[in-house]
Design a protein around this ligand. Structure first.
Ligand SMILES: *[C@@H]1O[C@H](CO)[C@@H](O)[C@H](O)[C@H]1NC(C)=O
Length: 310
């Protein structure tokens, strides 16, 4: 029994570690390529870079601590550590919802109002929209974390979860937490569900425009510019729904929690893969950047050989 448990832990460690490395590498490549390649100097890739940057942060807040816990026998987290983890988890989660809806708006303008696109989505507007997304995430995260961690807690507690998620922590407080639960519900509706409705609205309008296009080629081209975003949105909201919108009885099952963990980790890993598989521009930028890096390395290697000769 104990052996099986250890084997499961090792397996989980290897899987998580691999996912983490893939997510880090993929998202870093997207950040680098969208900075260095001129063809990717558009609002869409500006927001994608911001999303990749966010996902590096998100996975780095969650996974290393999980990996440590899998290796050690005492799986503890300090009170402050738990607060910090929750704060960043909320910050990145809410910012991701906002950024995804900003990206949907970007696709809506590009497809439904192509003539006004460069005017509407100018650099200043893009920076402001990203900044507003980050500000909303930060404000909500601080507000929620402060209001939860100023509640009274007694001694040391244990939660049966992989990280300091809001509801498991709230259950440990020694007072009435109904106000906090209401606040969590309001935040969920305003900052997770409303962005989802905005994304839905954008795609309904996009769909109508695409269907009205006269040529099949035009339809295909318009759809291909938003298909990556659509996949990423579906992955994100699909996993959020799968993880959180379930009856309480199901929530307490261990295997389900394990599944939800894998789902949470899978999303950040897939975004760069989806974008680089589906977008020709990203693929060619990646290829160029890899060629540049290798030729740079070869050149550096040669010059070292030469200088060693003299
Ligand atoms: C994301 O957007 C914010 C706000 O506009 C900006 O300050 C930040 O540099 C961006 N991050 C990346 C990696 O582009």
């Amino acid at each position: 029994m104990w052996k099986n448990f250890q084997a499961l832990q090792v397996l989980l460690f290897v899987v998580l570690f691999t996912f983490y490395m893939v997510a880090l590498l993929g998202n870093s490549l997207i950040v680098i390529v969208t900075v260095t390649d001129r063809a990717l100097c558009t609002p869409m890739y500006f927001f994608l870079r911001n999303l990749s940057f966010l996902e590096i942060g998100y996975t780095s807040v969650m996974i290393p601590k999980m990996l440590l816990n899998l290796l050690s026998e005492t799986q503890t987290i300090s009170f402050a550590g738990c607060g910090a983890q929750m704060c960043f988890f909320i910050l990145f989660g809410i910012t991701e919802c906002c950024l995804l809806s900003v990206m949907a708006y970007d696709r809506y303008v590009a497809i439904c109002h192509p003539l006004q696109y460069t005017l509407v989505m100018n650099q200043r507007v893009c920076i402001q929209m990203a900044a507003v997304s980050w500000s909303i995430g930060t404000l909500v995260a601080f507000g929620q974390t402060v209001s939860i961690f100023t509640l009274p807690f007694c001694g040391s507690n244990s939660i049966s979860h992989f990280f300091c998620d809001i509801l498991p922590v709230l259950r440990l407080a020694t007072t009435d937490t109904r106000k906090n639960e209401a606040a969590v519900a309001i935040v969920t509706v305003v900052f997770i569900f409303i962005p989802f409705l905005l994304i839905l609205l954008s795609y309904i309008l996009i769909l109508f425009t695409i269907l009205r296009m006269p040529s099949a080629e035009g339809r295909h081209k318009a759809f291909s510019t938003c298909s990556s975003h659509l996949i990423v949105v579906s992955l994100f909201y699909g996993t959020v729904t799968f993880t959180y919108v379930r009856p309480k009885s199901v929530y307490s099952l261990g295997s389900d929690r394990l599944l939800s963990l894998l789902y949470t980790v899978v999303t950040p890993m897939f975004n760069p893969i989806v974008y680089s598989l589906r977008n020709k521009e990203v693929r060619s930028a990646l290829r160029k950047s890899i060629v540049r890096q290798t030729s740079f390395l070869i050149r550096c290697g040669n010059s070292r050989v030469f200088s060693a000769d003299d």
